[in-house]
Ligand binder design. Structure first.
Ligand SMILES: C[S@@+](CC[C@H](N)C(=O)[O-])C[C@H]1O[C@@H](n2cnc3c(N)ncnc32)[C@H](O)[C@@H]1O
Length: 251
């Protein structure tokens, strides 16, 4: 069952329980009923095996909504907040890839992986282009490309990268373009798309090219190298060298 459907069922179950208790005259007053709704919603989410981080969301959702309603904030702010979040997170409910950005230490570690000679790198799911900005400045002899799906992050990246002549910045789905033209493909996504990323890499990338995944290993594949970036979040880069053997192993 999709996580969003589980969340809806959990919230509606909580509401149904609170309404049933109120109708039966067993419980009265706004906050006791809100507490019941929140507890039942969290319990239902646990029963549906939602990820653990959903539980505090269910516990806090209706209490916070009611508290915010009481604060008299103009409804336009909620609409603006909602639209802003949609433009940043776009289809992450489907892709299961949220937004977090590669830091400077990671960009430096990726720069050390680049060969001496000019090359082409593609950042798949490029966020606001922070990685590409650092790399493009460090290596003006190389071409850097980024593809990003969410409109707001894409627009911010376009602004930030506008003065860099060796960067191509595109809006689109990372699974659409052909990856065969790139010497290195960089991914900082989530565990969910990694099997599909690996399938695409092995189908399209040239022998001798490299796939680098920040933080998320390809399930069931031994990386050729693991680089400890040495930053505070303990970033690890999983490095996969593509070769003829890789194609056979993925069949
Ligand atoms: C974790 S961020 C990484 C951003 C950037 N690569 C970096 O390292 O700073 C992942 C990004 O991938 C984007 N994304 C997720 N699925 C995508 C897809 N199918 N096609 C293109 N972009 C996608 C998200 O919108 C998000 O901005």
């Amino acid at each position: 069952m999709p996580p969003a459907l589980k969340a809806l069922i959990a919230q509606l179950s909580g509401l149904a329980a609170a309404v049933a208790l109120a109708r039966a005259g067993l419980l009265g007053g706004l906050w006791p009923l809100v507490a019941v709704q929140a507890l039942v919603a969290a319990t239902m989410a646990a029963a549906l095996r939602s990820a653990r981080w959903w539980l505090p969301i269910h516990l806090g959702f209706l209490p916070l909504a009611i508290a915010a309603h009481g604060a008299g904030i103009h409804p336009g702010w909620y609409l603006a907040g909602f639209i802003g979040l949609v433009l940043v997170y776009w289809t992450s409910f489907r892709t299961q890839v949220p937004l977090y950005l590669s830091n400077r230490a990671t960009a430096a570690a990726v720069a050390r992986l680049l060969p001496q000679q000019p090359m082409r790198l593609l950042d798949v799911g490029a966020g606001t282009g922070t990685l590409l900005r650092a790399l493009a400045a460090a290596r003006p002899d190389c071409r850097f490309e980024g593809i990003e799906l969410a409109p707001a992050t894409w627009a911010i990246g376009r602004l930030l990268l506008r003065d860099l002549p060796n960067v191509d910045w595109r809006r689109g789905d990372l699974f659409v373009p052909d990856w065969s033209a790139y010497d290195l493909v960089y991914a900082f996504l989530s565990p969910v798309p990694m099997p599909a990323v690996w399938a695409k890499a092995t189908a399209e990338m040239r022998p001798g090219s490299t796939l680098v995944s920040n933080s998320f290993a390809v399930p069931g594949r031994e990386p050729d190298a693991v680089i400890e970036v040495g930053d505070r979040r303990g970033t690890r880069l999983f490095v996969y060298r593509l070769g003829e053997r890789t194609k056979h192993r993925s069949d």
